[in-house]
Design a protein around this ligand. Structure first.
Ligand code: KIV
Ligand code: ZN
Length: 507
């Protein structure tokens, strides 16, 4: 069995998904879950891109214990210095430096000749190698690069000290036959005394990102890059959960293994979906809501007789709990604790006390408490414990001509309660205007989305907001979950406003 390393770029390429912005707290939560999932290397961000990216890479470098933390850099010394600064507290760190090698990129984007590109690779990989033990080089747009020149660029990077070569299909142009052959060609033709790890990095523009990654593995790649739920620039990246499960289910064919803990897959996907605000399509492979549902009578009959007739992946393998009985108003503490343990939560006495109280409050309003409700309840509790500002009360009153008045109270970390009232052309605007008064700031609301956590009229609402600071143009996300849509909306906006305030105070 060959060991395949998993490199996760959810927080870097994944965050390049239009509309996705994680704050540092959210990035740390995702990183810790990725570590549990068994990721070998996490690309925590692009440190020179923004102060927020730098801060997040630094925060992840401090908390990661097992996985290597990587930072992205262009072929520029200031990028490499910034990555070094951000990663200096990491137990295991890695630099990821890239430069485009295709004719179209060199001519129009970089305005550099082939010789200049080779010189830059040599100079910057060597500069990186003086600061990092592990340097990965990516020839951007590799799959549209002239093959002989690609080999020269890769060899230059290896000679300058790179030990990991990532081969990006930057625009999702390749197909499995071609992409696999490219790995075979490079592996066959490079010269190196040291072992060189080849890595795939695919985009899904033609819907072939997972197939291409698997073709690379078949042809000698020992590392796969991608993002959870396949998020990423344009059509997204290789969905790492698909590769992990494909390698497991088709071990007979690929003869590979990895460090991925498959039973943590659904939880990892859920946290990324929740914090990115990008719901997983129902028909998505491996983790979609319908991936384990059987609709046709013939299929249902077959599955009842023997699941293997139509199920190649069991839901349990990836941590999907299908046949679990929902809890309700009459469920006791024991049933609650057992169910939480089934979902993978080891709770302290104190946590059980708090969560069970919240569970009972929810059960008073909602007939059936599903796994999704419990996962959201737990996530909400973790989030609240980290919050410095806590929403206490929201009151609304109809004014006239469609206007609403709101009175909002928020407690700060010194337990001082701040109250403000405002009117607005609708309930949400009135609430948000009041919150703006409390924080004494006026961000622009750039995104507001509500989703129902489960089906049914009594589903809890999950609200995502994204606000933008007028001065810095920095975007901050907030999430709120509640049975009441207005309460969830207020929670989400309070969370984002508090982060914005704290960032402003730190500057
Ligand atoms: O798609 C790409 O080329 C990239 C590189 C930075 C590796 O994301
Ligand atoms: Zn990419």
């Amino acid at each position: 069995m060959r060991k395949i390393q998993f490199f996760d770029t959810t927080l870097r390429d994944g965050e390049q998904t239009p509309g996705v912005n994680f704050n540092t707290n959210e990035k740390v939560q995702i990183a810790l879950q990725l570590e549990k999932w068994g990721i070998d290397t996490i690309e925590a961000g692009f440190p020179i891109a923004s102060p927020g990216d730098f801060e997040a890479v630094q925060a992840i470098a401090k908390v990661a214990t097992k996985m290597t933390v990587a930072g992205l850099a262009r072929c520029q010394k200031k990028d490499i210095d910034r990555a070094y600064e951000a990663l200096k507290d990491a137990k295991h760190s890695q630099l990821h430096v890239f430069l485009a090698t295709s004719d179209v990129h060199m001519k129009y984007k970089l305005k550099m000749t082939r010789e200049e590109v080779l010189d830059s690779i040599k100079e910057h990989v060597s500069y990186g190698k003086e600061r990092f033990d592990k340097v990965q080089f990516s020839p951007e747009d590799a799959t549209r690069t002239d093959k002989e020149f690609l080999l020269k660029a890769v060899q230059t990077a290896i000679d300058a000290g790179a030990t990991i070569i990532n081969v990006p299909d930057t625009v999702g142009y390749s197909n499995p036959t071609e992409y696999g052959a490219l790995f075979a060609y490079l592996i066959e033709n490079i010269q190196s005394e040291e072992e060189i790890i080849f890595s795939s990095h695919c985009h899904d523009d033609l819907g072939m990102a997972t197939a291409n990654a698997l073709a690379a593995i078949e042809n000698g790649a020992k590392r796969v890059e991608g993002a959870i739920n396949g998020i990423g620039e344009r059509a997204g990246n290789t969905a790492l959960e698909e590769v992990a499960v494909a390698l497991h289910i088709r071990k007979d064919f690929y003869e590979c293994e990895s460090n991925i803990v498959l039973s943590e897959t659904k939880r990892t996907s859920d946290i990324v979906a929740r914090l990115s605000g990008f719901a997983v399509p129902k028909n998505k492979a491996v983790i979609g809501g319908n991936a384990y549902a059987h609709e046709s009578g013939i299929h249902q009959d077959g599955v009842l007789k023997n699941p293997e007739t139509y199920e190649i992946i069991t839901p349990q393998l990836v941590g999907v709990h299908t046949n679990s009985l929902p809890l309700g108003k009459l469920s006791g503490r024991h049933a609650f604790v057992t169910k939480m343990a089934e979902l993978g939560y080891e709770l302290s006495e104190e946590e059980v006390k708090n969560l069970f109280k919240k569970f009972k409050e929810l059960a008073d309003k909602k007939k059936q408490i599903t796994d999704e409700d419990l996962i959201a309840l737990q996530a909400d509790e973790v989030r609240r414990s980290e919050e410095t500002y806590k929403l206490k009360t929201v009151q609304l009153q109809y004014v006239s001509n469609g206007y609403q008045g709101a009175v909002v109270s928020i407690e700060d970390d010194n337990q001082e309660v701040h109250t403000a009232s405002a009117i607005g052309a609708g309930s949400i605007q009135a609430i948000y205007n009041s919150i703006d008064q409390i924080f004494n700031q006026q961000p622009r609301l750039v995104d507001y989305e509500i989703t129902a956590l489960t089906s049914g009229e009594d589903a809890q609402a999950e609200v995502h907001v994204s606000i933008e600071c007028e001065a810095t143009k920095e975007r901050i996300n907030g999430i709120g979950v509640d049975f009441d849509v207005l309460q969830a909306s207020a929670e989400a906006y309070t969370q984002a406003s508090a982060i914005l305030k704290e960032k402003g105070e730190r500057k």
